[in-house]
Design a protein around this ligand. Sequence first.
Ligand SMILES: [Zn+2]
Length: 226
Amino acid sequence: MSWRTEGLSITTLTIIDLCRESVESYSKAGKEVRVARPKRCPACGCKNIIFWGKRARWAIDDTHAWRIYAQRVKCKGCSKTHTILPDFLFCRRSHLAVIIFLALTLVFKDRHGIKAAAFRLNISRSTTFRWVKNFKANSDLLYQRLSSLYRTAYPHAPPPAPTTDLCAAVLDLSKGLFTARHNRAPRGEDVSRWLSQFTCGYLLALPTKGGHCAADRLFASLFLGS
Ligand SMILES: [Zn+2]
């Protein structure tokens, strides 16, 4: 039985590639794009993983839609296929991670309304609303995990308390942790890529209904590493 997906009906997981490339160069490489082979299967932990074709998908920013090819891999241990995404994307989202991060920052830090944030980033209101809703649903788990990391990075400074807004505290913690690790002020793109790596791409993937469905537990097990 797999170590992360016991009792869950999981066929495909996302693996985030620690990609240094821009979306432009990733797109330009087309089907020739190269990614590192994952060391372990995220479902069962098996090390015997083979490349298994590529699948076209979109990567959208505020002005352009880039066609990219995401590498798929197959685990010889559990026979499941997984998709490797560059870290400028989150799983199940076509917009670039940095656009999503900027939208969340506009709403939760700069206190813009959803309509104003969507207009500023040239995104539909309904898309922005879904991002905000899912981020809110994940914010408790994100805050717990990020504040734990923050205490490790800054043992003598308490993490920002979520006194008024948990979502704003999560964004502050993300920036603070990036600064602690890289010793420089982060750009939005830096933090969004780091968040994609940190959440295994599942930043916004937690369903908002039910609370205890398979995807919830999968997210928690990937994210918390349990
Ligand atoms: Zn496997």
